[in-house]
Design a protein. Structure first.
Length: 484
């Protein structure tokens, strides 16, 4: 398709060749005309479509993880429990979003339980491949008209956060998504546009040619094109390699959790877009173990350490197996309790970090013989970082070298701009690790941030002397204030 032909298609499509449009000017109250307001808190939502899926998504999902649950695909969470009790349980489980809704009942149930929601209109994006200029012009106009009608009904509802266009699209849907996004921004200023992206585990065009879902030579190229052409308000992606690697025990799969996280982080920082991580909250495969607290925590704390501003759990309801927060009878399970605890920790720490910016992130050498190598642990905040295992375990130095696996994310800023912070994550789901370090030059002693209250706390004297224990799969957030 030539640049000339794209110019003929319409205003939404012109954006694809003219580059990013400038941000609208701020209004007198400081908000952006036509641009969404900043989400005031860390977002946590279940990847559940409460009114079922559209025809296209249903066809795809029936062929993958959703086989044998046609009722859920068609009716959504009502296949398991009514909206009123279901959404109340979601709120009680620590979510601040209900998930994805398509009708007024879901919006009202969200409002009743103090939850935001994402409207999923069940409008299939069109594939631009093989279409003529005239056909593309018609398709763009139809897409804009369809979304204008959707947002007219919900644009003034404060419970509606934004609109979900689709899940895991290839670049041949970018033109369609750009048209939908233009309609939303024009007719519902202040609402967000949401699209969830593939993980980085699919093959590129270098590997499989036109069969690549990325339509690009690299995942980075795929991301850059999506951001340039669709201009998302949030960069969301899913990655379930923590589950598929049996909690990082299979390094050849586990490495993709980190490479994907770091690539998304880099793109989000470069373009000034917040990113959300979609992790596994259920057992997706017959050979997968159920979602332990440590598995949920590991996904949460690594995303937080990389600077994520939202966590989505795939799913809250079962997808063929009852290893989920709520089972097929509508009953809460032990996994509901795990999820509630982790969601509370994510909200406490995520909200605390809202005024900070992510500066660096890295890991210890997790797997010496696995490529690619990840960035090393930064040492700007936790200076002279040392770690050890419990002496009661009888561990040798060789055991410690093999078992201690850490990730550290560094931050700067804070409410008054004079703090630095570091989130240290224990990547081993089997053992606790104790860390000890020095304060950075020019800063006072460390404080920790409670994962319960989200408030700064003074460490116990023995922690300052002996070090800080970090539980399996969990993290600890340290904050330092500039010395006066």
């Amino acid at each position: 398709m030539t640049g000339r032909s794209l110019l003929l298609i319409g205003s939404a499509c012109v954006l694809l060749i003219c580059g990013a449009a400038p941000r609208p000017c701020a209004s007198q109250d400081g908000s952006q005309n036509g641009a969404p307001e900043t989400l005031e808190s860390f977002a946590i939502l279940p990847w559940d479509f409460h009114d079922g899926f559209g025809p296209k998504d249903t066809a795809v999902l029936k062929a993958t993880t959703y086989r044998n649950i046609d009722d859920y695909l068609e009716r959504g969470s009502r296949a398991y429990e009514p909206f009123d009790s279901g959404f109340a349980g979601i709120a009680e489980c620590g979510y601040n979003f209900s998930g994805f809704v398509s009708g007024p009942d879901g919006i009202e149930a969200s409002r009743k339980n103090g939850l935001k929601c994402v409207v999923y209109p069940k409008i299939d994006m069109f594939d631009s491949r093989g279409l003529s200029d005239e056909q593309l012009a018609v398709k763009c106009a139809e897409m804009e008209a369809a979304f204008k009608k959707v947002v007219e009904e919900t644009k003034d509802d404060p419970c509606v956060w934004g609109y979900c266009l689709t899940d895991e699209p290839g670049p041949w849907y970018n033109l369609s998504m750009a048209a939908a996004s233009a309609a939303i921004r024009k007719n519902a200023p202040g609402k967000f546009v949401y699209v969830n992206l593939f993980p980085n585990t699919a093959p590129t065009t270098e590997e499989v040619g036109d069969r690549s879902p990325y339509g690009a030579k690299s995942y980075k190229e795929f991301l850059e094109r999506f951001i340039r052409e669709v201009k998302p308000d949030v960069l969301s992606y899913d990655n379930y390699e923590v589950e598929y690697s049996d909690d990082l025990r299979n390094p050849n799969r586990g490495i993709a959790h980190f490479t994907n996280l770091f690539e998304i982080r880099a793109a989000a920082l470069e373009h000034g877009i917040p990113f959300w991580f979609v992790g596994s909250g259920v057992s997706l495969r017959s050979y997968s173990s159920p979602p332990s607290y440590a598995r949920l925590a590991l996904q949460t704390y690594t995303a937080l350490a990389a600077g994520a501003r939202g966590i989505t759990w795939y799913h809250y309801y079962p997808v063929g197996r009852d290893a989920s927060a709520v089972d097929s009878r509508g009953a809460r399970t032990v996994y509901w309790d795990y999820m509630k605890t982790v969601n509370g920790e994510a909200r406490a720490l995520g909200n605390y970090l809202e005024s900070f910016r992510s500066t660096e992130v890295g890991t210890t050498d997790l797997w010496p013989n696995v490529e690619p190598k990840l960035p090393p642990v930064p040492n700007n905040v936790l200076v002279n970082l040392k770690s050890e295992l419990s002496r009661q375990g009888g561990y040798s130095d060789a055991d410690a070298a093999r078992e201690i696996k850490l990730m550290v994310g560094e931050f700067a800023g804070g409410p008054d701009g004079n703090r630095v912070a570091a989130l240290a994550v224990n990547l081993n789901v089997g053992v606790s690790v104790r860390v000890k370090f020095d304060s950075p030059a020019g800063y006072g002693p460390p404080k920790t941030v409670s994962p319960v209250s989200g408030r700064e706390e003074d460490p116990a004297p023995e922690e300052l002397e002996e070090g800080f224990w970090i539980l399996p799969g969990c993290g600890k957030l340290f904050v330092f204030e500039r010395a006066k």
